[in-house]
Design a protein around this ligand. Structure first.
Ligand code: SF4
Ligand code: SF4
Ligand code: FES
Length: 254
């Protein structure tokens, strides 16, 4: 892996901030592994993100530290972790916005792969299969050579807004219900069904949505404390979507 050139940041008159980075360490595959924190010292640099910081540590201090990154641009959702107790995307978080001591931990609520790496993909797939987060069209067999059906631009914009979810898991890590019950679909699941609810190509009824969402695992398990809305790095309107789906489910004729 190439070392990323970094320019150091001045903390005061001629000084650079030295960051103290405490990282959660544990390998659940190793029966002798005991969860603990390891501490690293890293010189801060201009525009340093947590992605750059973690790579500095892995390249120059400890090559065994595990963490996930793919896009480095806030698109893939794989780099989410707890930063001083708050879920954040590491590639979009600048160290200059953080105090000198950093505590990095894996997102709670997901299977731990090792250190800062968790299996959000498995969780998201289970949620998606449970809620059937895809278009349901009972009409007829599709001919994939047909032109796509037209859609009003306002509707397309609304769908696009909700489609911006990157399945990072920050809303699950911030959610009291999700931490107490592993079958809760979370704001990410509720948002995804809200997206299909407004899609004119999906002909599921409110009663169909009620079957999977009108439960304690769904919208009625939500305590509406809105940690999800506060912590979503894509600033999705989660509070609005939860309220919308809750209202629809309360009025659904089942
Ligand atoms: S709703 Fe927001 S916080 Fe939740 S998974 Fe999607 S992007 Fe991440
Ligand atoms: S508002 Fe609902 S989904 Fe969001 S964090 Fe609270 S309990 Fe979880
Ligand atoms: S690496 Fe893709 S969102 Fe951070």
């Amino acid at each position: 892996m190439n070392t990323i050139p970094v320019k150091q940041v001045e903390a005061g008159a001629g000084e650079y901030r030295k960051l103290t980075v405490n990282i959660f360490r544990h390998n659940p595959q190793d029966e002798n592994s005991v969860p603990h924190m390891d501490t690293f010292e890293v010189e801060e640099a201009d525009s340093m993100t947590l992605f750059i910081l973690l790579n500095e540590i892995r390249e120059n201090q400890d090559p065994t530290v595990q963490f996930d990154f793919v896009c480095r641009a806030g698109i893939c959702g794989s780099c989410a972790m707890l930063v001083n107790g708050r879920p954040k995307l590491a590639c979009r978080t600048l160290t200059q916005e953080l105090p000198q001591v950093l505590n990095l931990a894996p997102l709670p609520g997901f299977e731990l792969i090792g250190d800062l790496s968790v299996n959000t993909g498995k969780w998201m797939r289970n949620m998606s299969e449970h809620l059937e987060t895809w278009i349901h069209n009972r009409e007829q067999e599709r001919d994939f050579c047909d032109l796509e059906e037209k859609m009003e631009p306002e509707v397309a914009d609304k769908i696009y807004e909700l489609e911006r979810c990157v399945e990072c898991g920050c809303c699950i890590a911030a959610c009291g219900t999700a931490q107490m019950r592993s079958d809760f679909v979370g704001a990410v699941g509720i948002n995804q069904l809200a997206r299909f609810k407004i899609d004119p190509r999906d002909d599921r009824t409110d009663a169909d949505f009620y079957e999977v969402l009108g439960t304690e695992e769904g919208v009625f398990g939500c305590m509406t404390l809105l940690g999800c809305d506060d912590m979503c790095p894509k600033e999705l309107p989660l509070a609005q979507q939860i309220a919308y789906m809750r209202r629809k489910m309360a009025l659904a004729e089942v």
